[in-house]
Design a protein around this ligand. Structure first.
Ligand code: SAM
Length: 267
């Protein structure tokens, strides 16, 4: 099954470049995903194909009218379609949502501009997504973020192992990665990674993922059921963090600079 994505925008030219390159470009070229970029003005009102108007009640800027959006959605929708409004007030995009969207048949991404859309448009879509707590000039870049996050999860787009171990896939940030040279500007590579012991490498990586997540995104660990082994790693790292705060610093994880020393195995 090919995932089909329709993007509704007033600036179709903004989408072309990123969709031609790298993983999205290859997935589209191989027919794993189809992306159609549709100019919302096709459904504009009157001779001037107008799509916006001043806000009722006054105020700065223009608001996207509901009729062009409603007509466009009516034209594009089919059974199994999911229409998504890109909006700063939407649900924050997460890896789990990207995974959900990657399993759909047909996605319609609506990209408003100006001050946003007429409130009544919210009742015409299936969900609303935000890509973060900041305001972009329009929904196009947000839609591209969604498309990129989704496409790499479509089966066949990239090696499946890459998407299983990466950040957020298992509720953790990814472990530190190293490649050649073995020493760079005095910074080494943890011995375990060159030991050839695959079990030890896997254990080290999992422990580092836990440590990094504790240090950088403790909120992710709050919702994770830790196994006894994971609990031991997290408790030890928490003690190390407490020690650092009180000045009693015992270096352990790659996150706090083990990589800067040659041959450190923090596992
Ligand atoms: N007046 C709106 C507000 O304060 O929430 C902001 C409108 S913004 C200038 C124009 C459009 O950009 C929005 O309607 C939305 O489609 C898109 N946009 C801006 N920031 C976004 C974000 N963080 N996530 C998703 N879409 C965003």
């Amino acid at each position: 099954m090919t995932l089909e994505i329709d993007v509704l925008t007033l600036f179709p030219g903004m989408l072309a470049g990123p969709l031609d390159e790298s993983i999205p470009g290859r997935a589209i070229a191989r027919g794993l995903v189809t992306v159609r970029v549709r100019d919302l003005r096709e459904w504009g009102i009157g001779r001037h194909r107008s799509v916006d108007d001043a806000p009722y009640g006054g105020g700065a800027g223009m608001v996207l009218r509901p009729e062009p959006v409603g007509d466009a959605l009516d034209a594009l929708r089919r059974p199994g379609s999911t229409a998504v409004l890109m909006d700063p007030a939407g649900e924050p995009l997460r890896q789990s949502i990207a995974r959900e969207l990657a399993g759909l048949e047909h996605l319609i991404l609506l990209c408003p501009r100006y001050e946003g859309v007429d409130e009544r448009v919210r009742s015409l879509v299936d969900r609303e997504l935000s890509i973060g707590d900041y305001v972009l000039s329009g929904g196009e870049l947000a839609a591209l973020v969604v498309i990129d996050a989704v496409i790499r999860l479509v089966p066949g787009a990239i090696e499946e192992a890459s998407t299983v171990e990466e950040s957020f896939s298992q509720g953790l940030l990814e472990y530190p990665q190293y490649t050649r040279p073995a020493v760079y500007r005095g910074m080494g590579v943890p011995d375990v990674l060159t030991s050839g012991d695959h079990g030890a490498v896997a254990r080290w990586r999992h422990a580092e993922a836990l440590r990094r997540t504790l240090r950088r995104r403790p909120d992710l660990l709050e919702v994770r059921q830790l196994t006894p082994d994971e609990r031991r790693v997290v408790d030890a790292e928490r003690a190390a963090i407490d020690g650092e705060r009180s000045g009693d610093h015992v270096g352990r994880s790659a996150d706090e600079g083990a990589g800067r020393r040659s041959g450190v195995d923090p596992a």
